[in-house]
Design a protein around this ligand. Structure first.
Ligand SMILES: Cc1cc2nc3c(=O)[nH]c(=O)nc-3n(C[C@H](O)[C@H](O)[C@H](O)COP(=O)(O)OP(=O)(O)OC[C@H]3O[C@@H](n4cnc5c(N)ncnc54)[C@H](O)[C@@H]3O)c2cc1C
Length: 447
């Protein structure tokens, strides 16, 4: 396809947000008589699913301590459920299994899930939790657990397959997707700050509206848009004017190369995605050494796509100036941001801590496949969905976003002129106003 000289809507990035926005926008333009998919162009410097969406573990859950995140996730789960085949979505459910320091937080999540009609079960107390877990897995042995939240909806989707399914749906609506087109700079209007054109490695594209869905590359695009590197944040009654807008964390995930069927429930079904946090000491399943006596957490699921039991642990902060972090080459290709021996020892030992069937399985970890990847986070670790420079809609999900397939639908709704209450708590202005999202006791920056 040749590079068009102009488009009404230019979407940068063919990940979950760019593709979902394009597909839903095409439908809404047609329904409102305002246009069609032919008005939308997606450019991607590599290809569909080349970013975080293409390597994500793919977990879809509602479990968030922040009410605004829960409501948004409930909306996204509906979108996943609307076409499970195309989205390669497996609605096996999700479990948050927690220690005492998280019990009150998770109990409140459960109460609010009931209030919004999101089906879940809450099991309270150490004995009841052990009984519930052994009812599902007779080899359950995790220590320090005092509550279980079992979400009956949610589950996971296959990363690459879901992105290609979404791309096919967008293209069927007339959207054009151009791989190998990198946005290198923007042209701004002379009488306004609006973007009037994208300058790419393939040429110039004039545009009326821009949507940015570039995942971990957001810091780079933010700089090209000449938006502030440091911002004002009001938190705990204090105001700071020098808070870096972006920071990176490295996500650690991997696969135990066992038969995925070895991880089934007592009655032979595919289990929910399990997320276990505990403050019980964790000892190495390799040599018995203490790995940590601080709170730790893992998540895992059987997954034929990854060829084993796949999952991850808490990410670590990348302590570098965000402008110097090497985002490319991304994901498994990165020489710097892939998992190492510490992760393998920790994650495999944690699996063995939780279920006897994983004891002694560490040698089967898939060392031959690099895994892990960067995420770019905002000052409060929650998304920013907002319009900058008058006509640039930035979807910066702070690495929460594979599960957020519904965000593109809400952004499309806003682009055709209807404000979304679900997106309102994620505006950029919340930082200066001090309207930050509450934080939980989870060891993860995204819970
Ligand atoms: C290892 C890992 C596991 C994860 N697991 C989960 C999970 O289980 N559940 C969950 O909900 N979230 C998960 N996440 C987070 C989630 O994957 C991301 O938040 C989400 O995929 C981001 O989607 P996106 O559309 O914003 O960006 P991406 O999917 O990263 O897509 C951005 C695209 O933009 C393109 N691009 C970048 N710069 C330019 C440019 N200048 N010009 C043109 N194109 C450009 C890239 O090539 C890329 O294709 C995980 C993340 C990682 C790294």
């Amino acid at each position: 396809m040749t590079l068009p000289q102009a488009t009404k809507y230019a979407i940068i990035g063919a990940g979950i947000h760019g593709l979902s926005t394009a597909f839903h926008l095409a439908q809404m333009l047609k329904a409102t008589g305002k246009g069609s998919g032919a008005d939308i162009l997606i450019v991607d410097k590599t290809a569909v699913a080349a970013g975080a969406s293409g390597i994500a573990c793919g977990v879809v859950r509602n479990n968030y301590f922040q009410p605004a995140m829960r409501e948004l996730m409930a909306h996204s789960v509906e979108v996943w459920e609307s076409d499970p085949k195309a989205y390669s979505y497996h609605p096996v459910g999700y479990m948050q299994i927690s220690p005492e320091c998280m019990r009150a937080d998770v109990a409140s999540i459960y109460e609010q899930q009931q209030a919004i009609g999101y089906e879940s079960v809450f099991v309270d107390g150490a004995e009841a939790s052990a009984r519930y877990m052994k009812g599902l897995f007779d080899d359950w042995q995790a220590q320090g657990i005092t509550s279980v939240l079992h979400e009956k909806r949610g589950g996971y989707a296959n990363n690459q397959a879901s992105m290609h399914g979404l791309a096919a749906k967008a293209e069927a609506e007339g959207v054009r997707i151009l791989p190998g087109v990198e946005v290198q700079s923007f042209e701004f209007g002379s009488n306004s700050g609006a973007v009037t054109a994208l300058n790419t490695n393939q040429g110039r594209i004039a545009c009326e509206t821009v949507v940015v869905g570039v995942g971990p590359w957001v810091n780079k695009i933010w700089n090209l848009l000449e938006l502030p590197k440091q911002i004002t944040v009001k938190a705990n009654g204090k105001v700071r004017d020098d808070v870096p807008m972006w920071k990176f964390w490295c996500l650690e995930e991997g696969t135990l190369g066992v038969d995925p069927l070895m991880h089934r429930t007592n009655d032979g079904r595919f289990p929910p995605v399990l997320h276990v946090d505990t403050d019980a000491p964790l000892y190495s399943d390799r040599d018995g050494k203490l790995i940590t006596d601080k709170i730790w957490g893992i998540y895992y699921k059987p997954d034929f796509n990854f060829g084993g039991v796949q999952g991850g642990a808490s990410p670590y902060k990348v302590d570098q100036d965000p402008d110097r972090v090497a985002v490319d080459p991304y994901g498994p290709e990165s020489p710097e941001f892939v998992v190492g021996e510490d992760f393998i020892d920790m994650w495999c030992s944690a699996l063995a801590h939780c279920q006897k069937r994983f004891e002694g399985q560490m040698p089967r970890y898939k060392r031959e496949e690099n895994s892990g990847g960067l995420g770019c986070f905002t000052p409060d670790n929650f998304p920013v969905f907002d319009v900058f420079r008058e006509n640039v809609y930035v979807i910066a999900d702070s690495n929460h976003g594979y599960k957020m397939i519904g965000v593109g639908k809400l952004v499309a709704q806003e682009l055709v002129g209807e404000k979304s209450m679900l997106l309102e708590p994620f505006r950029f202005g919340r930082f200066a106003k001090g309207e930050l999202h509450p934080t939980s006791h989870s060891p993860f920056p995204w819970s």
